[in-house]
Design a protein around this ligand. Structure first.
Ligand SMILES: O=C(NC/C=C/[C@H]1OC[C@H](O)[C@@H]1O)c1cc([N+](=O)[O-])cc(O)c1O
Ligand SMILES: [Mg+2]
Length: 214
């Protein structure tokens, strides 16, 4: 049977990265996607912006929406302090199965909880299921038409506190116009755009960093 792109990406990790070395896992995926097959990871250029935001916040509780193969999951989790937790939601079971193996290869299982299902279903259950009060950082990288409804849902569920940071991928390409309009015009957020490029290409894209004012 034909392999899928996520399976070929995992093979590249298992072949080229060192078990327990998150940096080598990130590099193996970037090399695979740059030289073999493009895939929708946040990538190395936007990944450096992600790293700087994570390091600045030093978060205890992180939510990632859209795991895919676990590239940004590994990027974030490798920077987390001991006892910090990253919950990552993935709707597609095939992607989730690959991501679990990528996260395990990086040796980051202890810091990561991968949850399969729809963000709209799971966000209202975060507190009761995972003992979360609020998230210090949310990385939005799932379906682009879910960024806005899920942000409103997180507000309604009391998952954001004064100072919580939302970091959104792809606000230019593929684009999240309704989310950008909302977050940039809302008095409850302070937003800043980090101009970059769509992963592994010269196409413009960027990350929108928004601080919740409570
Ligand atoms: O759709 C994107 N991400 C959402 C992923 C959606 C899929 O993963 C979650 C869900 O199971 C769905 O099947 C995306 C698309 C591009 N792109 O260039 O098309 C670039 C990116 O960085 C992206 O995050
Ligand atoms: Mg993305």
């Amino acid at each position: 049977t034909q392999s899928t792109r996520p399976q070929r990406l995992l093979n590249a990790v298992q072949k080229n990265a060192t078990r327990g070395d998150p940096r080598s896992v990130v590099k193996a995926i970037d090399d695979f996607c740059r030289h073999k097959e493009w895939a929708m990871n946040v990538g190395d250029e936007k990944g450096c912006i992600l790293d700087s935001v994570v390091s600045e916040i030093n978060p205890a509780a992180v939510l990632e929406l859209g795991t895919y193969c676990g590239y940004s999951t590994v990027r974030i989790a490798r920077l987390l302090p001991p006892h910090a937790k990253l919950i990552t939601l993935e709707f597609n079971p095939d992607f989730a199965a690959i991501a679990r193996q990528v996260i395990a290869w990086a040796g980051l299982e202890e810091k990561v909880q991968l949850v399969e299902g729809a963000s709209g279903d799971w966000i209202p259950k975060m507190k009761e299921q995972f003992g979360i009060t609020t998230f210090d950082l949310v990385f939005l990288d799932h379906w682009k038409d879910r960024y806005l409804p899920d942000t409103k849902l997180m507000e309604e569920c009391g998952l954001l506190r004064k100072g919580s940071v939302l970091l959104a991928d792809n606000v230019i390409c593929p684009g999240t116009p309704d989310y950008l309009e909302y977050i940039r015009s809302s008095p409850r957020y302070e937003s800043r755009y980090f101009k970059s490029h769509l992963e592994y290409t010269k196409v413009e894209d960027g990350l929108e960093k928004s601080v919740f004012k409570g």
